[in-house]
Design a protein around this ligand. Structure first.
Ligand code: IPM
Ligand code: MG
Length: 367
């Protein structure tokens, strides 16, 4: 198959890791007889510096004209002082809104090879960790009306959802649960928020379409606590934009491998999806060949699976990553601390960004 992919390397380590994602995609193309062509575009701080706009129209147009979009990371302290509407993060929200990718899938999985990095006690994580967070991505308070009073003494942001916006997320939550352990937890704050009560109404009205899924509701404050108390109780979590933003960071951290976690942002399937690692731009290590490219490489696997319907290819990428981890190869962020780190180092298995990319490609070729 022939596919075009828009590349948004962005800021900080973004260019380092996107380069490795592309190399892995090329290795897949070669192995399975596809042709991927890439269209690099600017967004975030890099675009502010180059053209004075975090999300140039041309970038959005190019993304919409491609079959898929791979994004590294945007933002960094360099642009902290720019006004709100010009911040690099505007590029992310603008891309999500402009591409209409309303559902964000964030799998929080603990790689068994890295279980030592999990900050939770063994008796708590027990059988491992495998949670899928389905976050609403183009509505709610991040997109609602906001403002400040003329005297500057008052400010507001608005949480607002329509039934169709809620329904499409919950249906994705239910259908994802069907492919997993058949449990869906809808997280909200229905004891206070009217919008949350609408989420519950919609969930209850569509539940009958998924009789095999065990659905539950949980308040977000409790969910934050349960995630560290007993994370094994969760399979799929579906929630609003802001709650999903917060809980997905928490869930990723308890896996101990934030440098490993991928994400996919999907719309109704008629346009491209947006794929990105969930970690940030880590400006302190940018350009030093230190960043872990695996979350980006795993995001490419999600792209293959969801946008290109290339399940075999996606499986191959995931298997290659697991192979490399099985063989003990580690970038600094997943090498552990103290004696663990010393051991990885002594065995010569501490590697940089490019070498990690090489190892995944080698594992792919050997399959
Ligand atoms: C994320 C990030 C973004 C968000 C920021 C950078 C705007 O935290 O992808 O979770 O809040 O959505
Ligand atoms: Mg976030």
């Amino acid at each position: 198959m022939e596919k075009t992919i828009a590349l948004i390397p962005g800021d900080g380590i973004g260019p380092d890791i996107v380069a490795e994602g592309v190399r892995v995609l090329d290795a897949i193309a070669k192995k399975f007889g596809h042709l991927f062509t890439y269209k690099p575009v600017l967004a975030g701080g890099a675009a502010i510096d180059a053209v004075g706009d975090p999300l140039p129209q041309e970038t959005l147009d190019t993304c919409l004209a491609c079959d898929s979009v791979l994004l590294g990371a945007v933002g960094g302290p360099k642009w902290d002082a720019v006004p709100g509407h010009m911040r690099p993060e505007k590029a992310l929200l603008g891309l999500r809104g402009g591409m209409k990718v309303y559902a964000n899938l964030r799998p929080a999985v603990m790689f068994k090879q890295l279980s030592a990095a999990c900050p939770l006690k063994n008796e708590i994580v027990g059988q491992g960790l495998d949670i899928l967070i389905v976050r609403e991505l183009t509505g709610g308070i991040y997109f609602g009306d906001r403002g400040r009073s003329a005297d500057g003494n008052e400010a507001w942001d608005t949480e607002k959802y329509t039934k169709p916006e809620i329904e499409r997320i919950l249906r994705l939550g239910f259908s994802s649960a069907m492919k997993r352990r058949k449990k869906l937890c809808v997280v909200d704050k229905a004891n206070i928020l009217e919008s949350s009560r609408l989420w519950r109404d919609v969930a209850q009205s569509i539940q009958k379409d998924y009789p095999e899924v065990e659905m539950s509701f949980m308040y977000v404050d409790n969910a934050a606590m349960q995630l560290v108390r007993n994370p094994g109780q969760f399979d799929v979590i579906a929630t609003s934009n802001m709650f999903g933003d917060i809980l997905s960071d928490e869930a990723s951290q308890i896996t101990g491998s934030i440098g490993m976690l991928a994400s996919a942002s999907l719309g109704d399937g008629t346009g491209p999806g947006l794929y990105e690692p969930i970690h940030g731009s880590a400006p302190d290590i940018a350009g030093q060949d230190k960043a872990n490219p695996l979350a980006t490489i795993l995001s490419c696997a999600m792209m293959l699976r969801y946008d290109f319907d290339m399940g075999k290819e996606a499986d191959a990428v995931e298997a290659a990553v697991n192979r490399v981890l099985d063989d003990g190869w580690r970038t600094g962020d997943i090498a552990g601390t103290g004696a663990d780190w010393d051991k990885v180092k002594a065995e010569g298995k501490l590697v940089g960004t490019k070498r990690m990319g090489d190892l995944v490609i080698k594992a792919l070729e050997a399959m």
